[in-house]
Design a protein around this ligand. Structure first.
Ligand code: ZN
Length: 257
């Protein structure tokens, strides 16, 4: 953990950099949502660490794999459907409102940033909160399909065309959405401050974005509970709870003006 003195110094500097920045970009990972009660599914004990992933190709080809997908998803959706945005999400939405950050790139699939009020959100891994038909593209809120699964429909199908349903997340073996990745890369290249929050920075290609920003000349700040592979590259590393860190930054920015 960052010591209190180091923490206060880092917050002062970061608040100053946010005031100076013309194109600051925020980037978030699972760590910001754990404070809303959503576990990091990739961490030890998480649903994605206990089970082999359902590869997209197998999901399409094998009904048994689709049933396994919906069983795993039922476990992960329990926390996600009940979650509320926290102080960290709210602070980032206000920073965008105030023109301090131009966009938010996220690895998260829970839509908590949008619910907190963030408007320009790039979802690198899609969203778990919408289910779509892979044949006719009809869409449902996640809760509606989850109710069917909970009621015993092990492999829900489209009520219009009987097509295969899938959450609009990017699955293992499924390509990243190219337009989103292109826009995120451009933001990383053009920003002057890149704020990586709550990401272990190990899942690629998303984790390459902070390195791109740094290489292109941006200031790089990492806020995360644990060390990341890019810490040596960062100008500031803060190891502290995320919601509290972002609230302190906001407070510093208000009092300094
Ligand atoms: Zn359909």
């Amino acid at each position: 953990m960052t010591t209190p003195d180091d923490f206060n110094g880092a917050i002062d500097t970061l608040a100053q950099w946010l005031r100076e920045a013309e194109h600051a970009v925020a980037f978030t990972g699972a760590g910001i949502s754990t404070e809303s009660g959503i576990p990091d599914f990739r961490s030890p004990g998480g649903v994605w660490s206990k089970n082999a992933p359902v590869l997209f190709q197998n999901f399409l080809a094998d009904p048994a794999e689709r049933r396994r997908f919906w069983r795993m998803r039922t476990e992960s959706m329990k926390s996600m459907l009940d979650a509320q945005p926290n102080a960290g999400h709210a602070a980032l939405a206000r920073l965008e409102d105030e023109g301090r950050i131009v966009a938010l790139i996220t690895q998260n699939i829970d839509e908590l940033h949008q619910r907190a009020g963030s408007r320009r959100v790039l979802e690198l891994h899609g969203t778990a909160m919408i289910v779509s038909c892979l044949s006719c593209d009809k869409r449902w809120p996640a809760a509606a399909i989850q109710d069917r699964v909970t009621a015993g429909d092990e492999e829900p199908a489209c009520d219009e065309c009987s097509g295969i349903l899938k959450s609009m997340t990017v699955s293992f073996g499924q390509p990243m959405p190219q337009d989103v990745m292109r826009d995120a890369t451009a933001l990383a290249q053009d920003c002057d401050l890149f704020l990586a929050i709550g990401s272990s920075l190990v899942v690629h290609p998303a984790a390459s974005l902070p390195a791109i920003a740094r290489t292109c000349g941006a200031r790089l700040v990492i806020v995360n509970r644990d060390p990341t592979p890019l810490d040596d590259m960062a100008h500031i590393v803060i190891r502290a709870p995320i919601g509290e860190t972002l609230r302190q930054i906001e407070r510093r920015m208000v009092t300094a003006e």
